[in-house]
Write a protein that binds this ligand. Structure first.
Ligand code: NAI
Ligand code: OAA
Length: 341
């Protein structure tokens, strides 16, 4: 029995993500929350012949808390997407407040849920959720994930395109570490399950790394003002949520890159910090999943000199992004009364 909840369920990502979760046979209950349209989305999905019972909620009458009640897994794609010319950080002003409010709801109604954050800028929204949970005394770093799976999915696709066989893409695994924006996205191509042709060196290697780092911009540009990646993100979000749910159900040995608080695994976090050569509260690395969330944070392992340079370039940006998220919550609570359960 697994209850999954989508916050932002009527949006460009939210709707196809809700569809894919409804299609997941392990999901027995699906709660949908948004500020608009969730009754319609829920009614529509509820006719699909799969186990999940679907219910849609809107803000009035504590809709958020009702949607979250009993949640095992909460996925958050709520918030505004980019338009051409914007960076993910430009979304912070609007999305930070949305995420803070939703995290407050989770702290109150589903403090034990596994929380998967999609809303951008992920490098900062994940720390916001953590800081809100800390204020409520409900923070468990093992249960909080920034969803970076789209970078992994893109890497599998682009690498198999270069190999010349898209049918391979479902088997190609490339760890992507760091964070989820521009230079913080670091594909470890040397650890790809399928080797790249030897022609992919020098500028061809740089072009591939650049395409993975800025794949989001490719979609934003093509959509020409109508938003950013939604369908590929829903696919990626459902893939990651599916792994989390399988682990919740007791399946062992599931590993995926995700942006996490390094205190989730003291030993693994310390080893990773050593590899990075500096303290960072959050970083995306391969993580092993269990019924209670994160069981182990894996090290980067053997990387090339070029990859070490990419990791080095990611760190100052991550430090800044994390600080922005942490400071936002501190400021928000400064004037306000302390939160109460
Ligand atoms: N992590 C990743 O790899 C990716 C993240 N994203 C991010 O996901 C977010 C959503 O993108 P889209 O679905 O394309 O946007 P969208 O605008 O189509 O949908 C967002 C939904 O959030 C809802 N919403 C707004 N405020 C809310 C609140 N307080 N509570 C609940 N729902 C609320 C809106 O009503 C809307 O239905 C954006 O921030 C985007 O940048 C997008 C692609 C990839
Ligand atoms: O680029 C964006 O704004 C959306 C996103 O995170 C992605 O597609 O990776």
């Amino acid at each position: 029995m697994v209850k999954a909840v989508v916050l932002g369920a009527a949006g460009g990502i939210g709707q196809p993500l809700a569809l894919l979760l409804k299609a997941n046979p392990l999901v027995t209950e699906l709660g949908l929350f948004d500020i608009v349209n969730t009754p319609g989305v829920a009614a529509d999905l509820s006719h699909i012949a799969t186990p999940a019972k679907v219910e849609g909620f809107l803000p009035p009458d504590d809709g958020l808390l009702k949607a979250l009640k009993g949640a095992d897994v909460v996925v958050i794609p709520a918030g505004v997407p980019r338009k051409p010319g914007m960076t993910r950080d430009d979304l912070f002003k609007i999305n930070a407040g949305i995420i803070k409010d939703l995290a407050t709801g989770i702290a109150k109604a589903a403090p034990k849920a596994l929380v998967l954050v999609i809303s951008n800028p992920v490098n900062s929204t994940v720390p916001i959720v953590a800081e809100v949970f800390k204020k409520f005394g409900t923070f468990d770093p093992k249960r909080l994930f920034g969803v970076t799976t789209l970078d992994v999915v893109r890497s599998s696709t682009f690498v198999s395109e270069i190999i010349g066989d898209l049918a391979l893409s479902k088997d190609v695994v490339v760890p992507v570490v760091g964070g989820h924006s521009g230079v913080t996205i670091v594909p470890l191509l040397s650890q790809s399950s399928h080797s790249l042709p030897s022609s992919v060196d020098g500028s061809a290697y740089d072009a591939l790394v650049n395409r993975i780092q800025f794949g989001g911009d490719e979609v934003v540009k093509a959509k020409n003002g109508a938003g950013s990646a939604t369908l590929s993100m829903a696919y990626a979000g459902a893939e990651f949520a599916g792994k989390v749910i399988r682990a919740l159900n007791g399946e062992k040995g599931i590993i995926a890159p995700t942006y996490v608080n390094l205190s989730a695994d003291a030993e693994g976090g310390a080893a990773l910090t050593k590899e990075l050569g500096q303290e960072l509260a959050y970083f995306s690395s391969n993580v092993e999943l269990g019924p209670g969330g994160i069981t182990k944070i894996n090290p980067l392992g053997k990387i090339t000199e070029k990859e070490a340079e990419l990791v080095k370039a990611a760190i100052p940006e991550l430090v800044k992004n994390i600080e922005t998220g942490v400071n936002f919550v501190a400021e928000a609570y400064k004037a306000a009364e302390e939160p109460r359960l």
